[in-house]
Design a binder for this molecule. Structure first.
Ligand SMILES: C[C@H](CCC(=O)NCC(=O)O)[C@H]1CC[C@H]2[C@@H]3[C@H](O)C[C@@H]4C[C@H](O)CC[C@]4(C)[C@H]3CC[C@]12C
Length: 325
C-alpha cells in the first residue's frame, strides 16, 4: 500500500510513502532535458522538462515510481490492485504504457491544467516493460506548485480523471468512494468534543485528544486515507523550509507502516520502504528510508540539466545516531 500527499505551506510539497515487502533497488534519479525518452507507441521526446524522483534504472531507462519536473509538476503511481485495467493499442489515440506515464506527463506539462489537456486523448495500454518487469496495477496522483491536484484511474469502464480537493491518495477503492467515505468522519476534530450524546448529562473528559477518538488507525487504504486527510489538513504551516519539511514528513510518517503489522503472505510483512517529498517551487527532493530517520536531500538544479545522461543517487540507508556524550 502507499500514501501520496500534497502539503501546502507557502510552497507546495509533494511525495509519497512506498509501502511494500520487497525493495526494487530504486534510487533518486535526475533525468536531464536532453535524455532521449523513447516510448513504445509514441514519438521519442528528445528534449523535455528535467525530472527528479525515485526510480529503478533498467537498461538506462528510469522507471519512475514518483517524481516531479523542473516546472513544479509532481506525479506518483500507487497500487490499485484488482481495479486498474489497461487497454490494447487503439489507432488515433495517444497510446502510453503505465511504465511510461510519469515521463510522458512530467516531460511535457508545466501544471495540472496542461496535464488534463494531455490526458484528453490518452489510452493507457497493456504493454510490459519486459517479461521480468510486467505492468503493475497503478493509479496516479498528479499535483502542481499552484496547489491543484488530480487523480487518474484507468478501469474497465475507461480513463477517469478526478479533481482531488484533498491532496491525498492511497489505494483501493476508487477515488470517488474514498471521498464519499470521508463524510463519515466529518466530526473528527483536534479539539475536545462537545457532549451531544446526552446534552443534559455531565460526561468526563478523561483524556486529551478525544476529538480524534473515532479516527481510523488501520494499515488498510481506507483508514490511511481518512487518517492522512485529518493529519494533513490540520498540519501547521511553518515559517521556514526546515519547519515545513519537518511538518511534511510528520504527515507522511503518521501513516507509515512499521515492520510486523501488515502481513501480506505468511511471515512476510509490508512496510514503508521510503518516504519522499519534493519542494515543487525549488526542486529539492527530500527522503527518509525505513532504516534511516535522517532526512536526506538531492537538489535537482545542482545537476547539469542540459545533458543526455541520467544522474543517479543511491539511497542512504544506515541509521545515524547523534551521540551526545
Ligand atoms: C508496488 C508499488 C506500489 C506500492 C504498493 O501499493 N504496494 C503494496 C500493495 O500491494 O498494496 C509500485 C509503485 C511504482 C511501481 C513501479 C513503477 O511503476 C516502475 C516499474 C514499472 C514496471 O511496469 C513494473 C516494475 C516497476 C519497478 C513498478 C513496480 C511496482 C511499483 C514499485
Amino acid at each position: 500500500m502507499c500514501t501520496s500527499i500534497l502539503y501546502t505551506a507557502g510552497d507546495h510539497y509533494f511525495g509519497r510513502n512506498l509501502d511494500l515487502e520487497v525493495s526494487f533497488g530504486q534510487e533518486v534519479v535526475v533525468t536531464p532535458r536532453d535524455y532521449p525518452f523513447d516510448f513504445r507507441q509514441m514519438p521519442t521526446l528528445d528534449h523535455h522538462y528535467a525530472i527528479i524522483g525515485m526510480a529503478l534504472v533498467k537498461d538506462n531507462y528510469p522507471l519512475y515510481f514518483d517524481g516531479a519536473n523542473e516546472e513544479g509538476l509532481g506525479m506518483a503511481g500507487l497500487n490499485f490492485a484488482g481495479l486498474a485495467h489497461f487497454f490494447p493499442v487503439v489507432d488515433g489515440k495517444d497510446n502510453v504504457s503505465p511504465f511510461e506515464f510519469i515521463p510522458y506527463v512530467l516531460g511535457q506539462c508545466k501544471n495540472v491544467a496542461e496535464a488534463k489537456q494531455l490526458l484528453v486523448n490518452l489510452n493507457l495500454v497493456n504493454i510490459n516493460f519486459s517479461d521480468q518487469l510486467q505492468l503493475s496495477p497503478l493509479h496516479w496522483l498528479i499535483a502542481d506548485r499552484q496547489g491543484a491536484a488530480i487523480v487518474v484511474e484507468s478501469t474497465p469502464s475507461g480513463l477517469h480523471v478526478y479533481d482531488n480537493p484533498v491532496g491525498v491518495l492511497t489505494n483501493n477503492p476508487e477515488f470517488p468512494s474514498q471521498m464519499t467515505n470521508l463524510a463519515n468522519y466529518q466530526s473528527v476534530s483536534p479539539a475536545n468534543p462537545v457532549n451531544t450524546l446526552m446534552p443534559k448529562k455531565e460526561l468526563m473528559t478523561y483524556s486529551r485528544g478525544l476529538g480524534s477518538h473515532m479516527l481510523p488507525g488501520g494499515m488498510d487504504s481506507e483508514s490511511r486515507f481518512v487518517k492522512e486527510c485529518f493529519t494533513l489538513h490540520n498540519a501547521p504551516e511553518g515559517d521556514s523550509e526546515l519547519e515545513n519539511v519537518t511538518n511534511y514528513f510528520h504527515c507522511l510518517h503518521a501513516v507509515e507502516q512499521q515492520k510486523g503489522l501488515d502481513e501480506v503472505a505468511p511471515a512476510t510483512f509490508e512496510y514503508t520502504i521510503y518516504s519522499d517529498g519534493i519542494n515543487l517551487a525549488t526542486g529539492t527532493f527530500y527522503y527518509t528510508t525505513y532504516e534511516d530517520n535522517q532526512i536526506n536531500a538531492v537538489q535537482m538544479h545542482n545537476v547539469n540539466l542540459n545533458s543526455r545522461e541520467l544522474a543517479q543517487f543511491p539511497l542512504v540507508k544506515g541509521q545515524s545516531i547523534h551521540a551526545q556524550n
